[in-house]
Ligand binder design. Structure first.
Ligand code: FAD
Length: 289
């Protein structure tokens, strides 16, 4: 199914993001991921997105997961694709391969710039990649949005200008970076609407399950952590069970508020684990009666 059809649903669309496991020569981690996704399947996800290592470092594994999501789980996959350090010919070949495999959607990204600053310059921005994908394929394209502004952006306003360009070039839906303050997301959605960005802006949700993981994630992007929540888990940072419990409670409330405000979907950053997301979706299901 293509993105437009998926998001024409009257019910909020549940989707998950997973990543290709690292150091997985035996394939055991991949099998574990498939088990976790099988557990998460009971919450009727409409889409599973699969990340892509910048520069193509995880391409083979990403492709394998995409195909298994489609063929074994019978769920629509959405591969991510990044355009740093690659060229038009490689991208063209990859797009053909995806289409031949029956893939219908793609999340088009620039990717993080290499630390040495050296990269190929066929495409400088995600908007260039989106334009190319629309010309070269029939894939439906999604793009990334940043409720608090991308880390390199000079301002949120400027970032939204470029987001608009991504939509003008053909992005049909926006998935946001993780955020913890819903007001930041609501403000962002309002600003997008004011800028005449008329596509769904789907919130990206990260259930916090460890203090270390939270520190790592938040060091990589611009995101505010509510003081009360941070204080609570900082005081018990070594107690993983406590942090997980607080994280699940926090995210469940966050999701409930987003749903009350009519979001078209929830896109969960699962980190390849089912426990937190299952708990949250089960509790939301029960409270919805
Ligand atoms: P762009 O839209 O190109 O924006 C990058 C920066 O350039 C922004 O600061 C923007 O304001 C600015 N900009 C954009 N267009 C222009 C222009 N025309 N002129 C001047 N400046 C411009 N990374 C991975 O490596 N693999 C993944 O699978 C992956 N998945 C992701 C999924 C989601 C939902 C999100 C939110 C992020 C993901 N990322 C992934 C991270 C992403 O690659 C980085 O955030 C990257 O730094 C920016 O990618 P982008 O597509 O948003 O880039």
């Amino acid at each position: 199914m293509k993105l437009k059809e998926i998001y024409s649903s009257k019910k909020p669309v549940i989707s998950y993001e997973v990543f290709p496991p690292k150091d997985d020569d035996s394939g055991e981690k991949l099998e574990n991921l498939m088990k976790e996704l099988n557990l998460l399947k009971q919450y009727n996800p409409s889409l599973i997105s699969v990340t892509y290592g910048a520069g193509g470092s995880t391409r083979g594994k990403s492709e394998e997961i995409v195909c298994r999501v489609k063929d074994e789980l019978k769920i629509t996959p959405m591969p991510h694709f990044t355009c740093v350090s690659t060229d038009k010919t490689t991208i063209r070949t990859y797009l053909k391969k995806l289409e031949n495999a029956g893939v219908k959607n793609i999340l088009a990204l620039r990717g993080d710039l290499p630390q040495d600053g050296i990269c190929c310059h066929d495409f400088l921005h995600a908007s260039d990649l989106i334009e190319f994908i629309k010309k070269e394929s029939s894939l439906a394209v999604a793009a990334a949005g940043y409720p608090e502004g991308h880390i390199e952006a000079e301002s949120l306003e400027k970032d939204i200008e470029y987001l608009k360009l991504k939509v003008e070039k053909g992005a049909e839906i926006i998935y946001t970076q993780l955020f913890f303050e819903n007001d930041k997301y609501f403000h962002f959605v309002e600003k997008c609407a004011n800028a005449r960005i008329n596509v769904p802006v789907i919130p990206g949700i990260l259930p916090v399950t460890s203090y270390k993981q939270l520190s790592k994630m938040t060091s990589l992007c611009r995101v505010t952590i509510p003081y009360d929540f941070l204080d609570k888990i900082e005081q018990h940072s070594d107690d993983n069970d406590y942090v997980k419990k607080c994280g699940i409670e926090f995210t469940q409330k966050q999701c409930a508020e987003l749903l009350e405000n009519g979001v078209q979907g929830l896109h969960f950053y699962t980190l390849n684990k089912s426990y937190a997301v299952s708990n949250i979706l089960e509790n939301l299901r029960q409270s919805a009666g």
